[in-house]
Design a protein around this ligand. Structure first.
Ligand code: SF4
Ligand code: F3S
Length: 105
């Protein structure tokens, strides 16, 4: 499966949702996640993200935390299939790394 990772937090470009053939993106307030059981591993979303937030789960952190986070929230957050504008302050967050602790919620 593919997973959404740290870079998405507070940027949320949502270009990814338009290309997914199985519509398996889910939207939280500050990031999107992929439903690992629905993703068919086609890989077309990966290059669509301008900040490279999407990766195959083989590139997850050693503790597997992003796959766990995607799995957890994909069953809670609503489905998103249509692109929308990113948050007004997205530029402030584009270059920040390790956003999970401070900016996830
Ligand atoms: Fe959707 Fe394909 Fe991306 Fe999986 S890899 S989330 S199926 S576009
Ligand atoms: Fe996030 Fe990139 Fe999609 S920033 S919303 S994974 S296009």
């Amino acid at each position: 499966t593919y997973i959404v990772t740290d870079a998405c937090i507070r940027c949320k470009f949502t270009d990814c949702v338009e290309v997914c053939p199985v519509d398996c993106f889910y939207e939280g307030e500050n990031m999107l996640v992929i439903h690992p059981d629905e993703c068919i591993d086609c890989g077309v979303c990966e290059p669509e993200c301008p900040i490279e937030a999407i990766k195959p789960d083989t590139e997850d952190d050693a503790d597997g935390k992003w796959l766990a986070l995607n799995s957890k929230y994909a069953t809670v957050w609503p489905n998103i299939t249509v692109r929308k504008d990113p948050p007004a302050d997205y530029k402030e967050f584009e270059t920040i790394t390790n956003k999970l602790e401070k900016y996830f919620s």
